[in-house]
Design a protein around this ligand. Sequence first.
Ligand code: SAM
Length: 246
Amino acid sequence: MSVTADSRVAARSVFPDWRFAPNIGGHPDVYEIENQAVDRAGHVLGAMRALAPWANASLVDLGCGTGFWLPRYAGAARVIGIEPDPALRAAAAARVVSGAPGTHVLAGSAEHMPLPDGSVDVVHARFAYFFPPGTEVGLAEVLRVLRPGGRLVVVDNDYRWGEFAELLAVAATQPPSRTAAEVDAWWLERGATRHEVRSHLQFASRPEMSAVLGIEFPAEVASAWLRRHPSALRLSYGFVLFVVQA
Ligand SMILES: C[S@@+](CC[C@H](N)C(=O)[O-])C[C@H]1O[C@@H](n2cnc3c(N)ncnc32)[C@H](O)[C@@H]1O
């Protein structure tokens, strides 16, 4: 199915909390390379599994994008990708048809999840919607669909550690320490636990690395970093995972 400008306008009226993501929305093929670069180390997915095991569980990947992570939840009883962007949702649906039987992709958003109360065990939000403050409504909606004892795992940047954070700092409008403190405080007030994962992006080639830095940072920031690291294929990357139990 082709995704038209009309379908985007329609999606915006149904899911007003949808914010177009320029990195994946504008460059889905390059974002695929970025996800592969994270996946090579496996540290983030491993931490997510340890914090909220999904064996025989019902798992939602909220803001699943093109569905890169959907085939990676081996052992889950049911996997549901939810995505408000019609173009990304179509790509995710095409991926699971061929590579992840038993996985479904639904139209929805953090504030409008098309699921009954207490119907899932685990919700993941990986760089999707939960950029607090201002995300109370989505958190309430996630807590509605989680069964008692179920868990939300949110993946965010560690603004304090790693080369990726240094690049974020150069491109940021306020000091990263302030962003980190605000984000931490928001989650702490809502009873979340906080977990750091120190990992890296590992690229197969310089053109791939350059393309990924080019969708995440302003051109001059990315090219200056590449000039300073002329043979690097790896970039250290800190993640922070927040976990809320229903
Ligand atoms: C940076 S991408 C990450 C995609 C995916 N989680 C991944 O890691 O490959 C952010 C995603 O959040 C989605 N998104 C934007 N607003 C949203 C909302 N209100 N609720 C849920 N997802 C949203 C975007 O459409 C996009 O797919």
